[in-house]
Design a protein around this ligand. Structure first.
Ligand code: SAM
Length: 283
Protein backbone atom coordinates (compact mmCIF):
# COMPACT_ATOMS: atom_id res chain seq x y z
CA UNK A 1 0.00 0.00 0.00
CA UNK A 2 1.26 3.53 -0.82
CA UNK A 3 -0.07 6.60 0.93
CA UNK A 4 1.04 10.11 0.02
CA UNK A 5 1.09 12.49 2.96
CA UNK A 6 0.56 15.60 0.86
CA UNK A 7 -2.13 15.29 -1.77
CA UNK A 8 -4.72 17.53 -3.34
CA UNK A 9 -7.73 16.05 -1.64
CA UNK A 10 -8.75 17.38 1.73
CA UNK A 11 -8.86 14.03 3.52
CA UNK A 12 -8.19 13.41 7.18
CA UNK A 13 -4.64 13.08 8.45
CA UNK A 14 -2.72 12.19 11.58
CA UNK A 15 0.28 14.40 12.33
CA UNK A 16 2.85 13.04 14.78
CA UNK A 17 4.28 16.23 16.18
CA UNK A 18 7.55 16.52 18.13
CA UNK A 19 7.48 18.81 21.15
CA UNK A 20 10.44 20.05 23.26
CA UNK A 21 12.28 17.75 25.70
CA UNK A 22 12.93 20.58 28.15
CA UNK A 23 13.67 23.87 26.46
CA UNK A 24 10.37 25.34 25.23
CA UNK A 25 12.11 26.93 22.22
CA UNK A 26 12.95 23.53 20.75
CA UNK A 27 9.87 23.29 18.55
CA UNK A 28 9.76 23.81 14.82
CA UNK A 29 7.80 26.49 12.97
CA UNK A 30 5.93 23.78 11.11
CA UNK A 31 5.00 22.03 14.37
CA UNK A 32 3.50 25.28 15.67
CA UNK A 33 1.60 25.88 12.41
CA UNK A 34 0.18 22.37 12.48
CA UNK A 35 -0.79 22.50 16.15
CA UNK A 36 -2.64 25.76 15.42
CA UNK A 37 -4.40 24.52 12.33
CA UNK A 38 -5.56 20.97 13.16
CA UNK A 39 -9.10 20.17 14.31
CA UNK A 40 -7.92 18.48 17.50
CA UNK A 41 -4.76 17.68 19.43
CA UNK A 42 -4.43 14.42 21.34
CA UNK A 43 -1.94 14.70 24.20
CA UNK A 44 -0.56 12.25 26.72
CA UNK A 45 -1.15 14.68 29.59
CA UNK A 46 -3.42 17.61 28.80
CA UNK A 47 -2.06 19.68 31.70
CA UNK A 48 1.58 19.32 30.65
CA UNK A 49 0.77 20.02 27.01
CA UNK A 50 -1.55 22.87 28.04
CA UNK A 51 1.50 24.75 29.34
CA UNK A 52 3.32 24.42 26.00
CA UNK A 53 0.25 25.32 23.96
CA UNK A 54 -0.63 28.39 26.01
CA UNK A 55 3.05 29.49 25.80
CA UNK A 56 2.58 29.61 22.02
CA UNK A 57 -0.98 30.98 22.12
CA UNK A 58 -2.44 27.80 20.61
CA UNK A 59 -6.12 27.33 21.41
CA UNK A 60 -6.84 24.12 19.49
CA UNK A 61 -9.12 21.63 21.23
CA UNK A 62 -7.08 19.27 23.42
CA UNK A 63 -8.02 15.74 24.44
CA UNK A 64 -6.17 13.00 26.32
CA UNK A 65 -4.67 9.89 24.77
CA UNK A 66 -2.54 7.91 27.19
CA UNK A 67 -1.48 4.37 28.11
CA UNK A 68 -4.63 3.77 30.15
CA UNK A 69 -7.23 4.79 27.58
CA UNK A 70 -5.40 4.05 24.34
CA UNK A 71 -7.33 0.90 23.40
CA UNK A 72 -10.73 2.61 23.33
CA UNK A 73 -9.36 5.98 22.15
CA UNK A 74 -7.50 4.45 19.20
CA UNK A 75 -10.77 3.56 17.52
CA UNK A 76 -12.16 7.08 18.16
CA UNK A 77 -9.09 8.78 16.73
CA UNK A 78 -8.97 6.56 13.64
CA UNK A 79 -12.71 7.14 13.06
CA UNK A 80 -12.15 10.89 13.23
CA UNK A 81 -9.33 10.73 10.68
CA UNK A 82 -11.46 8.52 8.45
CA UNK A 83 -14.22 11.15 8.69
CA UNK A 84 -11.83 13.80 7.38
CA UNK A 85 -10.51 15.37 10.57
CA UNK A 86 -6.96 16.66 10.87
CA UNK A 87 -5.51 15.35 14.11
CA UNK A 88 -2.19 16.04 15.84
CA UNK A 89 -0.72 13.64 18.37
CA UNK A 90 1.82 14.91 20.88
CA UNK A 91 3.39 13.46 24.02
CA UNK A 92 4.73 15.14 27.16
CA UNK A 93 8.15 15.50 25.57
CA UNK A 94 9.95 14.73 22.34
CA UNK A 95 8.55 12.40 19.73
CA UNK A 96 5.19 10.78 20.36
CA UNK A 97 5.31 6.95 19.95
CA UNK A 98 8.94 6.77 21.17
CA UNK A 99 8.60 5.32 24.70
CA UNK A 100 5.25 7.07 24.65
CA UNK A 101 1.76 6.13 23.46
CA UNK A 102 0.69 6.43 19.83
CA UNK A 103 1.94 3.31 18.07
CA UNK A 104 -1.49 1.68 18.11
CA UNK A 105 -3.15 4.63 16.33
CA UNK A 106 -0.40 4.78 13.71
CA UNK A 107 -0.58 1.03 13.03
CA UNK A 108 -4.39 1.13 12.73
CA UNK A 109 -4.36 4.23 10.53
CA UNK A 110 -1.77 2.62 8.21
CA UNK A 111 -3.82 -0.57 8.10
CA UNK A 112 -6.77 1.50 6.87
CA UNK A 113 -4.66 3.41 4.33
CA UNK A 114 -5.18 6.72 6.14
CA UNK A 115 -2.64 9.53 5.92
CA UNK A 116 -0.02 9.74 8.68
CA UNK A 117 2.68 12.38 8.56
CA UNK A 118 5.65 13.01 10.80
CA UNK A 119 6.65 16.44 12.08
CA UNK A 120 10.18 15.88 13.36
CA UNK A 121 12.01 17.49 16.25
CA UNK A 122 13.73 16.69 19.52
CA UNK A 123 13.99 13.21 20.98
CA UNK A 124 16.02 12.54 24.12
CA UNK A 125 17.73 9.32 22.97
CA UNK A 126 19.13 10.61 19.69
CA UNK A 127 20.02 13.97 21.24
CA UNK A 128 22.03 12.15 23.92
CA UNK A 129 23.63 9.78 21.41
CA UNK A 130 25.07 12.49 19.17
CA UNK A 131 26.63 14.32 22.12
CA UNK A 132 27.93 11.21 23.93
CA UNK A 133 31.12 10.70 21.96
CA UNK A 134 30.20 7.00 21.62
CA UNK A 135 29.96 5.51 18.11
CA UNK A 136 26.60 6.77 16.81
CA UNK A 137 26.08 3.96 14.31
CA UNK A 138 24.88 1.37 14.39
CA UNK A 139 22.74 1.93 17.45
CA UNK A 140 19.95 0.06 19.19
CA UNK A 141 17.31 2.20 20.84
CA UNK A 142 15.92 0.21 23.75
CA UNK A 143 14.09 2.84 25.81
CA UNK A 144 13.13 1.70 29.32
CA UNK A 145 14.34 -1.62 30.70
CA UNK A 146 11.95 -3.48 32.97
CA UNK A 147 11.48 -2.04 36.45
CA UNK A 148 12.16 -5.42 38.11
CA UNK A 149 15.82 -6.37 38.41
CA UNK A 150 15.31 -10.04 37.47
CA UNK A 151 13.50 -9.16 34.22
CA UNK A 152 15.91 -6.30 33.53
CA UNK A 153 18.86 -8.70 33.74
CA UNK A 154 17.16 -11.04 31.27
CA UNK A 155 16.69 -8.13 28.86
CA UNK A 156 20.33 -7.12 29.28
CA UNK A 157 21.45 -10.70 28.58
CA UNK A 158 19.65 -10.48 25.23
CA UNK A 159 21.53 -7.25 24.45
CA UNK A 160 24.94 -8.30 25.71
CA UNK A 161 26.48 -9.38 22.40
CA UNK A 162 25.01 -6.63 20.21
CA UNK A 163 27.82 -4.63 18.62
CA UNK A 164 25.64 -1.55 18.26
CA UNK A 165 25.66 1.31 20.77
CA UNK A 166 22.78 0.90 23.23
CA UNK A 167 20.38 3.72 24.16
CA UNK A 168 18.36 3.46 27.38
CA UNK A 169 15.91 5.72 29.18
CA UNK A 170 15.83 5.51 32.96
CA UNK A 171 14.15 7.20 35.89
CA UNK A 172 16.34 8.79 38.59
CA UNK A 173 15.06 6.55 41.41
CA UNK A 174 16.14 3.43 39.49
CA UNK A 175 19.37 4.57 37.87
CA UNK A 176 21.64 3.15 40.56
CA UNK A 177 20.26 -0.39 40.40
CA UNK A 178 20.02 -0.31 36.61
CA UNK A 179 23.68 0.69 36.26
CA UNK A 180 24.63 -2.07 38.70
CA UNK A 181 22.72 -4.63 36.63
CA UNK A 182 24.35 -3.28 33.45
CA UNK A 183 27.81 -3.65 34.97
CA UNK A 184 27.04 -7.19 36.09
CA UNK A 185 25.56 -8.38 32.79
CA UNK A 186 27.22 -6.26 30.10
CA UNK A 187 30.57 -5.84 31.83
CA UNK A 188 32.13 -2.59 32.96
CA UNK A 189 31.76 -0.84 29.61
CA UNK A 190 32.30 2.76 28.68
CA UNK A 191 29.07 4.75 28.85
CA UNK A 192 27.59 8.22 28.97
CA UNK A 193 24.83 9.37 31.29
CA UNK A 194 23.18 12.42 29.69
CA UNK A 195 20.90 14.28 32.05
CA UNK A 196 18.56 17.26 31.85
CA UNK A 197 19.15 17.70 28.11
CA UNK A 198 18.38 21.19 26.79
CA UNK A 199 17.72 22.44 30.34
CA UNK A 200 19.79 24.69 32.62
CA UNK A 201 21.53 21.77 34.36
CA UNK A 202 22.28 19.75 31.25
CA UNK A 203 25.22 17.46 32.01
CA UNK A 204 27.11 14.53 30.45
CA UNK A 205 28.90 12.06 32.71
CA UNK A 206 31.21 9.63 30.90
CA UNK A 207 33.37 6.75 32.02
CA UNK A 208 33.19 3.08 32.91
CA UNK A 209 29.75 2.09 34.26
CA UNK A 210 31.25 1.44 37.71
CA UNK A 211 32.83 4.89 37.78
CA UNK A 212 29.65 6.81 37.07
CA UNK A 213 27.58 4.67 39.44
CA UNK A 214 28.99 6.33 42.51
CA UNK A 215 26.63 9.21 43.10
CA UNK A 216 22.96 10.14 43.03
CA UNK A 217 21.59 11.69 39.84
CA UNK A 218 18.44 13.73 39.63
CA UNK A 219 16.26 14.79 36.74
CA UNK A 220 15.64 13.11 33.41
CA UNK A 221 18.34 10.92 31.98
CA UNK A 222 19.47 8.79 29.06
CA UNK A 223 22.21 6.17 29.31
CA UNK A 224 24.30 5.47 26.22
CA UNK A 225 26.38 2.30 26.48
CA UNK A 226 29.14 1.19 24.15
CA UNK A 227 28.26 -1.91 22.13
CA UNK A 228 29.86 -5.30 22.56
CA UNK A 229 33.53 -5.57 21.69
CA UNK A 230 35.63 -8.61 22.42
CA UNK A 231 37.77 -6.57 24.75
CA UNK A 232 35.17 -4.46 26.56
CA UNK A 233 33.33 -7.50 27.83
CA UNK A 234 36.32 -9.72 28.32
CA UNK A 235 38.25 -7.15 30.32
CA UNK A 236 35.58 -7.05 33.01
CA UNK A 237 36.89 -9.99 35.01
CA UNK A 238 40.57 -9.67 34.10
CA UNK A 239 40.60 -6.03 35.25
CA UNK A 240 39.09 -6.94 38.57
CA UNK A 241 41.57 -9.80 38.87
CA UNK A 242 44.43 -7.36 38.20
CA UNK A 243 43.07 -5.03 40.92
CA UNK A 244 42.80 -7.94 43.27
CA UNK A 245 46.38 -9.06 42.62
CA UNK A 246 47.70 -5.51 43.05
CA UNK A 247 45.86 -5.29 46.36
CA UNK A 248 47.62 -8.53 47.34
CA UNK A 249 51.00 -6.91 46.72
CA UNK A 250 51.79 -7.71 43.06
CA UNK A 251 53.46 -4.98 40.97
CA UNK A 252 50.95 -3.80 38.29
CA UNK A 253 53.05 -5.15 35.38
CA UNK A 254 53.45 -8.53 37.04
CA UNK A 255 49.72 -8.70 37.78
CA UNK A 256 48.91 -7.91 34.13
CA UNK A 257 51.39 -10.58 32.95
CA UNK A 258 49.85 -13.19 35.24
CA UNK A 259 46.25 -12.29 34.35
CA UNK A 260 47.04 -12.29 30.63
CA UNK A 261 48.27 -15.88 31.02
CA UNK A 262 45.30 -16.82 33.20
CA UNK A 263 42.73 -15.53 30.68
CA UNK A 264 44.77 -16.37 27.58
CA UNK A 265 44.89 -12.70 26.52
CA UNK A 266 47.47 -10.63 24.70
CA UNK A 267 49.53 -8.88 27.40
CA UNK A 268 49.89 -5.57 25.52
CA UNK A 269 46.16 -5.45 24.76
CA UNK A 270 45.34 -6.22 28.37
CA UNK A 271 47.73 -3.48 29.51
CA UNK A 272 45.91 -0.99 27.23
CA UNK A 273 42.50 -2.12 28.42
CA UNK A 274 43.51 -2.03 32.05
CA UNK A 275 44.92 1.52 31.65
CA UNK A 276 41.60 2.62 30.07
CA UNK A 277 39.62 0.92 32.82
CA UNK A 278 41.76 2.55 35.53
CA UNK A 279 41.54 6.02 33.96
CA UNK A 280 37.80 5.86 33.57
CA UNK A 281 36.61 4.57 36.87
CA UNK A 282 36.78 8.07 38.39
CA UNK A 283 39.08 7.42 41.36
N1 SAM B 1 9.10 10.63 23.69
C1 SAM B 1 10.29 11.03 24.38
C2 SAM B 1 11.45 11.16 23.40
O1 SAM B 1 11.21 11.26 22.20
O2 SAM B 1 12.60 11.20 23.84
C3 SAM B 1 10.62 10.10 25.53
C4 SAM B 1 9.52 9.97 26.53
S1 SAM B 1 9.90 8.88 27.85
C5 SAM B 1 8.33 8.68 28.61
C6 SAM B 1 10.67 9.93 29.01
C7 SAM B 1 12.15 9.58 29.20
O3 SAM B 1 12.92 10.21 28.18
C8 SAM B 1 12.73 10.12 30.51
O4 SAM B 1 12.48 9.23 31.60
C9 SAM B 1 14.19 10.20 30.18
O5 SAM B 1 14.80 8.94 30.25
C10 SAM B 1 14.14 10.66 28.71
N2 SAM B 1 14.15 12.13 28.64
C11 SAM B 1 13.13 12.94 28.30
N3 SAM B 1 13.54 14.23 28.33
C12 SAM B 1 14.83 14.23 28.70
C13 SAM B 1 15.82 15.24 28.93
N4 SAM B 1 15.52 16.53 28.79
N5 SAM B 1 17.06 14.85 29.28
C14 SAM B 1 17.37 13.55 29.43
N6 SAM B 1 16.50 12.55 29.25
C15 SAM B 1 15.24 12.89 28.88
Amino acid sequence: MRTRSFNEEDSGILYLVATPIGNLSDITLRALEILKSVDKIYAEDTRTSGVLLSHYGIKTKLESYHNFNQDEKTLDVVREIRNGMKIALISDAGLPVISDPGYKIVAKAREEGLRVSTIPGASAGISALIASGIAPMPYTFYGFLDSKSSKRKEELKDLKYLKSTLIFYEAPHRIHETLSDMEEILGDRYCCLARELTKTYEEFITGAISSINKEEYKGEMVVIVEGYKEDNTLVDDPNKKIDEMISLGYKPNDAIKEVAKMFNLDRKELYKNYTFYKNNRGE
